[in-house]
Write a new protein. Sequence first.
Length: 246
Amino acid sequence: MNELKRAIEEAHRIVAFTGAGISTESGIPDFRSPGGIWTKMAPIYFDDFISSDEMRREAWRRKFAMDESFARAMPNKGHMALAKLVDEGRISHIITQNIDNLHQDSGVPDEKVIELHGNTTYAKCLDCGARYELEPLKAAFEETGEAPLCTSCGGYVKTATISFGQAMPEAEMERAHEATLLCDLFIAIGSSLQVYPAAGFPILAKRNGARLVILNRDPTELDDIADLVLHDEIGPTLGPVAMLNM
């Protein structure tokens, strides 16, 4: 922990990269780990969502069934520690694989959060990009049982997340690439670092000369190339480093 604190103090520009592990401490279930959501139900692929009305209805049924877990979740000590480091100007950006909006809820400005896999707290039309809030969609779904269509163009409305088989968001990937190249310290937090292309960013940072720190409860495939590895809980580790009184 002292080495992590020293690395943060010595860095000029830090990028944090977060995965599911930081949010499981807020009670949000992990999708990919043993016992996670995808081990209990097969994910719905993007092509199936597009081609099948039944799959679109099932996707929305699952979405609203899972919303209780997301609605109860609050930013934890790990989120708040990162928010403090952003506010102090130490962290330039948070690149996240998470879709829960907890970084923004912790006080990090939207422009400082780069969401590689989207955001589950609202929906968008796949054709025209119109944004939809979830409560009206839920009320209509419960009344009709039909997947929502865009009121502007008639296109399919989907949560603003990236599904299996869906193209990664080009603008966010470009922002993440640029932020990674500009940092001198890259901290990967709560990620198994197995899902590509997202897991390529810590490798890019290391190859570009940045120090690489990995904080994750379990070992990762990139531990061998990291300058510092901490296998520990995230909140209890980051909180003291950021000197939070919580």
